[in-house]
Write a protein that binds this ligand. Structure first.
Ligand SMILES: [Zn+2]
Length: 217
């Protein structure tokens, strides 16, 4: 094989790997958005009516992206029942459950320090989030994640390791922005709709704020 042929086969291999990754990411982004739209948001809309925060989560199988469980914040019952921890609690109440190394963790908002530790202690090697910590502060008037990171650990926004020895975390809107057309436009439209629905959920939550006895409301 000539040098040029070797280089050509190398480039075609790299292209197919890149395409494969993109296809997987498109399938994954599509599925993560669907789970937020169809499984988490209906639970959260009911949760905010009861005075709970807007945060939700879900657990999916890596193998076929099927849903194991979805959940939402229930801080009016227990201030530790953040969307992620409450979903994990319900996951461990299932009579049969897959090994967490075979599962994906989806969270609507980048987790607080308690929740990212809980995801780690439960043995997940990943989480995917929709809204960032900065979004929680700026869009939802819930600045506690960033305040706790700063006060307890001296970390500025974005200062923790999103990729580390335990897990790799990824932003769903960032994954969507890397897709090619026509998928990217479809994702952007759905992301805009999801944001609009969360803005309504946030209004409902804020209207109950102060009445529910949640310590950090
Ligand atoms: Zn949390």
């Amino acid at each position: 094989m000539s040098c040029i042929q070797v280089m050509n086969s190398f480039y075609s291999l790299m292209n197919s790997i890149e395409r494969g990754t993109k296809m997987d990411d498109i399938k994954l982004t599509n599925r993560l958005l669907s789970v937020i739209e169809n499984d988490i948001l209906p639970l959260t809309m009911r949760g905010v009516d009861r005075g709970n925060k807007v945060f939700g989560a879900a657990i999916l199988r890596k193998s076929d992206l099927s849903l194991v469980i979805a959940g939402t914040n229930d801080e009016t019952s227990n201030p530790l029942w953040h969307g992620e921890v409450h979903t994990l609690k319900q996951f461990y109440e299932l009579s049969e459950r897959p090994d967490t190394k075979d599962l994906l963790f989806l969270t609507t908002h980048e987790p607080c320090t308690m929740c990212m530790s809980a995801i780690t202690w439960a043995g997940f090697d990943n989480y995917f989030y929709f809204f960032s910590h900065e979004d929680s502060r700026d869009r939802f008037a819930i600045p506690h994640d960033l305040k706790i990171m700063k006060e307890l650990y001296g970390l500025e926004p974005g200062g923790y390791h999103r990729k580390n020895a335990f897990f790799t975390s990824r932003s769903i809107p960032e994954m969507a922005s890397l897709a090619n057309e026509p998928e990217r436009s479809d994702f952007e439209n759905r992301i805009a709709e999801i944001k609009a629905t969360y803005a309504l959920a946030s209004q409902t939550y804020q209207s109950h704020k102060g009445e529910t006895g949640i310590p950090l409301d």
